[in-house]
Design a protein around this ligand. Structure first.
Ligand code: HEC
Length: 249
């Protein structure tokens, strides 16, 4: 075969090689580190849920890694309750694998998995009884001020109170989101969840907007105080009745 043919062959091989190695592009770590209250481990809960999570998502806990997330009593987004103790999850880094574990813990599947674990001794882990968490005033802030923040900056898309008639129908209302078992985790991180980062920033936390993709609606800048007040307001919102209770079975 002539030179031209060989060059063409080499070009094709190179092309195939490029297409066959998308690995570099999606090299997101599939493992995460974690710190946790010892009881969660000695009770057997972690040994029970971690393999199930790994099976579902291909993401694994690596005991050798520094903590990307922490599971502890009385902190973070509540994911389980044993007796009077409420365990919460806190993300410590932006690890994708850890974020998936957090989301799984707070999801219906995760909650059901936790509830099916039967420890050899002691109480079972139940889903968090949301009313009790609310009584503990999980978020502290100025509720009327938080309502004003919501009415000023969120009603463009969300219905933020039962009286609010201004928002668009397809976006979840605050009352509907408030009824989800993981409402706290969603509201704590809403500014990092799409579509918000495209137009909304929290002072001192958010990265600057991408200069090549400026916001298409008037940008919103919130202070941390405003976010605290917003969270206190959302906590005070009566959850919508979404029919059958999903977290108790
Ligand atoms: C420009 C429209 C718009 C504005 C303004 C807006 N949101 Fe949203 N928000 C959305 C949309 C759309 C979704 C649904 C995203 C989805 O389902 O993936 C959403 C989802 C959410 C969620 C659930 C996030 C998740 O992924 O679980 C929370 C919490 C939230 N918004 C809070 C707020 C708060 C608080 C404000 C005001 C400070 C606000 N939003 C302002 C459009 C908006």
């Amino acid at each position: 075969m002539g030179m031209g043919r060989i060059t063409e062959l080499l070009r094709q091989i190179a092309l195939v090689a490029v297409m066959a190695s998308p690995v570099a592009a999606e090299e997101v770590p599939r493992t995460f580190g974690m710190s946790f209250d010892e009881g969660l481990s000695t009770s057997g809960l972690l040994d029970y849920i971690l393999p199930r999570f790994a099976l579902k998502t291909g993401r694994r806990f690596d005991p050798e890694m520094a903590a990307d997330l922490s599971l502890a009593a009385g902190q973070g987004a509540p994911f389980a309750q044993r007796g009077d103790v409420v365990y919460g999850v806190d993300l410590l880094t932006d690890s994708d694998a850890a974020m998936r574990f957090r989301d799984w813990l707070l999801s219906e599947v995760g909650q059901n998995t936790i509830s099916t674990f039967a420890p050899e001794t002691g109480d079972p882990y139940g889903p968090v009884v949301i009313e009790e968490v609310v009584e503990e005033d999980y978020f502290e802030g100025d509720i009327p001020a938080g309502r004003l923040v919501a009415e000023t900056h969120c009603t463009r898309c969300h219905k933020v109170s039962p009286e609010d008639r201004s928002s668009i129908g397809s976006t979840p209302s605050f009352m509907a989101m408030r009824a989800l078992p993981d409402w706290a985790a969603r509201f704590v991180s809403f500014y990092a969840l799409n579509p918000h980062p495209a137009f909304l920033q929290v002072d001192g936390i958010s990265a600057p907007f991408d200069v090549s993709r400026p916001p298409t609606i008037p940008p919103v800048l919130l202070t941390l105080d405003e976010v605290d007040n917003l969270l206190a307001y959302v906590q005070s919102v009566a959850p919508a009745d979404l029919g059958a209770e999903i977290q108790h079975q």
